[in-house]
Design a protein around this ligand. Structure first.
Ligand SMILES: [Zn+2]
Length: 58
């Protein structure tokens, strides 16, 4: 196997404490990424309510 898997950088989520790998969406802002997801980013990481409610009103 000559093909080697590219190693992606990893970080630890500041909210849930889990390690997460580099994503393309973070390519521009990887240095500032601290959370594994938007849920952790917004501080909403309660296990009870994992459903994202989107009441637009209209
Ligand atoms: Zn997280």
């Amino acid at each position: 196997m000559a093909h080697r898997k590219p190693h992606l950088p990893e970080k630890t989520c500041q909210a849930c404490g889990r390690p997460f790998a580099w994503r393309k969406k973070w390519a521009r802002d990887w240095e500032n990424v601290r959370y594994c997801s938007d849920a952790c980013r917004t501080g909403r990481h309660s296990a009870a309510t994992g459903v994202a409610r989107k009441d637009g009103g209209r």
